[in-house]
Design a protein around this ligand. Structure first.
Ligand SMILES: [Zn+2]
Length: 449
């Protein structure tokens, strides 16, 4: 079967970041952008440069250091926005200006207070201006799914003539149904002159839980780019979830003759990193990345799984990077295994930082025997915070006083400690034993997932 390549456009750092409680600082955005790069997304929408200085800086920093993917900056359809976006994108290896303007009557009348003619003109002018700066220009008619279809066709035709290379069709309010959305994409392909020269993109919101279904319907009807976010975060009920779109195509290649460039084994790390940065946990039953997504509790399921995983498993946890729960940390491989586990949780450390993580880990592992991911993430957070505060880690060879926490902890049954409590332990362990002083009991700690 000939497989069409779908462009994965990640907007976790722009649309995702707009969701309540999900704002990120420049450093955090850069970290996540690096993980998105490892994940293999094609486009990273890094921010909305005119919205704030922080957003501008984030786009600028990401453009300068993440070189493989296309880096997009969002702009309203006006010269100031487009210029600001272009300024932020200067250092990008592959820049894209993403211009948007609402086209539905309700938005034109109440939000923008302009006529359809003015809308058409504004869209055309902004795209023309963007094109004079940057070869790669995307246009989004906001609220496209509630826009009068003939008018939508007119706008799309005008922006293509003005130089747009990607036309994105947002279901901004999460209103549409899969069949309707698919039909809309098909209509655009049939009616709009020049549409075969550009990439059609989907951008679906999840207000009715249909964002992924709508995106896939769009792809089946000719869209070749999907806009999505890690963990499906985004305005209100969120965007289409990247991991669900990608894995639907991967698990059902018989149904979807498409492929993406995503390294699915990096999905879990990206999901965990986002949850840790935003402190917004993943819903336990979230498809692909929730902690129960691969858990089998019912007896009959467990029995089937033991006989043959295919009885209840349509994809392996390893295929999306969920760590092997049987990973054992040993005395000699300890640091290496810990580094691997950190990486699987979305954290890569330099030698000095890893030393510090390891030191604190040993103290915790001595006490609670079974170190959960949540414990480890708390510990990593502590180390990252200390580092960010400019404190220098002690050199690995410098002896430190033996910590009270470790000395007093023997015998405590703390396997079920709340992460916050463990964080306390981690905190006490900050000025702790040198690397060579730890005990041998850590050889056989089992990791829980
Ligand atoms: Zn959106």
């Amino acid at each position: 079967m000939d497989r069409a390549r779908i462009t994965i456009f990640d907007t976790t750092l722009r649309d995702g970041e707009q969701s309540p409680g999900c704002s990120m600082n420049v450093q955090e955005k850069l970290r996540l952008a690096q993980q998105l790069d490892r994940l293999g997304v094609d486009v990273i929408e890094a921010g909305f440069p005119i919205a704030s200085d922080g957003d501008f800086q984030a786009v600028q920093k990401i453009a300068a250091s993440v070189r493989r993917p296309i880096i997009a900056g969002l702009a309203r359809a006006c010269t100031g926005d487009v210029d600001r976006a272009w300024q932020a994108l200067q250092g990008a290896a592959h820049p894209r200006i993403h211009v948007f303007l609402a086209t539905s009557d309700i938005h034109l009348k109440y939000k923008l207070r302009i006529t359809r003619e003015q809308c058409l003109e504004r869209a055309r002018d902004a795209v023309r201006h963007a094109k004079s700066l940057c070869a790669d220009v995307e246009f989004s008619p906001e609220d496209a799914t509630r826009t009068d279809v003939p008018f939508l066709c007119q706008v799309v035709e005008a922006v293509i003539a003005a130089g747009a290379t990607t036309v994105n069709i947002p279901d901004t309010v999460g209103y549409t149904m899969p069949e309707e959305y698919g039909q809309l994409i098909r209509t655009l392909r049939e009616k709009v002159a020049g549409i075969d020269k550009v990439t059609i993109s989907t951008h679906c919101h999840n207000d009715l839980g249909l964002a992924v279904a709508n995106s896939l319907a769009g792809v089946q009807n000719g869209a070749r780019q999907v806009e999505c976010t890690i963990n499906g975060i985004g305005e209100r009920a969120g965007n289409a979830s990247l991991e669900e779109v990608v894995m639907a195509m991967r698990v059902r290649p018989d149904h979807y003759a498409f492929e993406t460039g995503v390294a699915s084994e990096q999905i879990f790390a990206a999901s965990q990193m986002l949850a840790e940065i935003t402190r917004v946990p993943v819903q336990p039953n979230k498809a692909i990345t929730g902690r129960n997504a691969f858990a089998h509790e019912a007896g009959i399921h467990q029995d089937g799984m033991l006989k043959n995983p295919l009885t209840y498993e349509i994809m392996t946890p390893q295929s999306v990077g969920v760590p092997d729960s049987r990973l054992v940390l040993g005395k000699h491989s300890g640091r290496h295994a810990l580094a691997l586990r950190c990486e699987q949780l979305g954290h890569q450390f330099e030698r000095r930082e890893l030393d510090e993580v390891y030191r604190r880990f040993v103290v915790i592992a001595d006490r609670i025997k079974k170190v959960q991911d949540s414990h480890l993430l708390e510990l990593i957070q502590d180390v990252t915070n200390d580092n960010g505060a400019g404190q220098k880690f002690p050199p690995a060879a410098t002896p430190r006083p033996f910590p009270r926490a470790a000395a007093a902890g023997a015998g405590a049954n703390s396997a079920d400690l709340h992460p916050a409590q463990v964080s306390g332990i981690a905190g006490q362990a900050k000025m702790t034993i040198p690397f060579s002083d730890h005990h041998s009991e850590q050889e056989d700690y089992l990791w829980g997932v």
